[in-house]
Write a protein that binds this ligand. Structure first.
Ligand SMILES: [Zn+2]
Length: 422
């Protein structure tokens, strides 16, 4: 699935023999592509952005206004020569998207412009989701409440996306939800959601790390569209996503990007949820950080500095402790940076990315972490420092990135509907 790059290539002119109708459809697709970033635009903006003449943009917008998928949302500034204020257009607020968070048990409803309309939470005390069908019934009930509260006709529900940890096969089957083992294996989430929401035109499931990666890439498309990028989702576990010039790379088993299970230290004593020992994520997870910190002589001083018990210490606290000069944090930061350096080097040997974007827990890394990470590479003779990959941070909250990616994916389906253009 090509989720980012539109199949519309504005640099690829239509053959000169194109029929007027084909040309009209082609121009409409180009004009609609201006709305993929959910920003309102004037006719002049769209013309400048797409290279399509203002007159053709205006005709295409008339077509979309009649279809009800574009609306006028206000007036822009008047032109320098005192002309009248131009209309500003945005995607219609009528079609809705439902996002179902399978790991946190809540749902959210958005419009095409990524505005949050409402949220419903499953009360874990009353509604413990014992099996998937039980959970799905609760989702359906919560959605009914949202539709009623916001007076939404269910026929306007365009899409439903389920966001889940664990591998997702064919955007349809959740192999296993690591936070809810009672659900079993290969849960047919897409089929069940389609049955629960029969009027939705587009239903699918995808992995949290992939969607967060898509969210990061969408927000930084200009930067990422010329590069090979690995997004690194760091939370309780680690996974990520590979992009080549803005295009997501996927494999048949959907385990591509599950590099949290790359084995770095086979002798590591603690076993990972995958069944192996010494996986990247099991070495850098918060529990492992805390158990190493315990060995530091200045642990008590560090804990009183951050005013937290050891069981609440996260990577951000280690960074603070490092900056303050606590030896236990200096040692731990070096250990973690070397671990990331080792994992990133291994990934580079098979993918050779230009940049790693770190999201989540580890996105608050400091300069010392970066320096130590590159130190790990220093004795590796196949890479000279001028050719090292870059590491950058995306500090946006993970749920925000996941939803941004989910909406990008849903909009890609929306924009690929040929009926919008004829
Ligand atoms: Zn593992």
């Amino acid at each position: 699935m090509n989720l980012i790059k539109s199949n519309i290539n504005v640099d690829d002119p239509q053959p000169s023999a194109a029929k007027p109708k084909q040309l009209k459809v082609h121009n409409r697709k180009i004009v609609m592509s201006a709305f993929q970033n959910a920003t309102p635009h004037s006719i002049i903006d769209i013309s400048q952005q797409t290279g399509v003449s203002r007159q053709t943009v205006a005709k295409a917008l008339d077509h979309f206004l009649k279809l009800g998928i574009v609306e006028i949302c206000g007036k822009g500034d008047s032109t320098d020569n005192g002309g009248k204020k131009p209309n500003i257009y945005q995607l219609s607020s009528v079609p809705k998207f439902l996002v179902v968070h399978l790991h946190e048990y809540y749902i959210e409803l958005f419009d095409l412009n990524c505005n949050l309309i409402g949220r419903q939470d499953l009360n874990p005390l009353d509604d413990s989701p014992h099996d998937f069908d039980y959970y799905l019934n609760a989702v359906r009930r919560m959605a009914d409440d949202l539709f009623e509260q916001h007076e939404i006709d269910e026929n306007d529900l365009y899409g439903v996306v389920a966001i889940t940890p664990g591998p997702v096969i064919d955007h349809a089957f959740v192999h296993r939800n690591p936070f809810c083992s009672e659900w079993g294996f290969d849960i047919p989430v897409k089929e069940k959601l389609e049955a629960a929401f029969p009027t939705a035109k587009c239903v699918f499931a995808d992995n949290i790390g992939k969607l967060a990666g898509l969210g990061s890439i969408t927000a930084n498309l200009e930067f990422c569209s010329t590069k090979r990028v690995v997004t690194v989702y760091t939370a309780k576990g680690i996974n990520g996503c590979f992009f080549d010039h803005g295009q997501m790379i996927e494999g048949s088993n959907s385990i591509i990007g599950e590099f949290g299970h790359m084995i770095l230290k086979p002798d590591y004593p603690v076993s990972c949820i995958c069944g192996k020992h010494g996986c990247f994520e099991s070495i850098v997870k918060p529990e492992s950080i805390r158990s190493r910190l315990k060995q530091g002589e200045d642990l008590d001083s560090f804990l009183s500095f951050v005013q937290k018990p050891l069981k609440e210490i996260m990577f951000d606290d280690v960074v603070k402790g490092f900056e303050k000069g606590f030896a236990c944090c200096q040692s731990e930061l070096k250990t973690l940076a070397a671990c990331f350096g080792q994992a990133f080097l291994n990934i580079s040997l098979v993918y050779d990315p230009d940049v790693f974007i770190i999201e989540g827990f580890f996105s608050g890394f400091n300069d010392a972490f970066e320096t130590e990470l590159y130190n790990y590479l220093s004795d590796f003779s196949l890479l000279t420092p001028d050719r090292y990959f870059r590491i950058v941070s995306d500090p946006q909250p993970l749920p925000k990135l996941e939803v941004a990616g989910a909406i990008t994916a849903l909009k890609e389906y929306f924009f690929s509907d040929d009926l919008l253009y004829v």
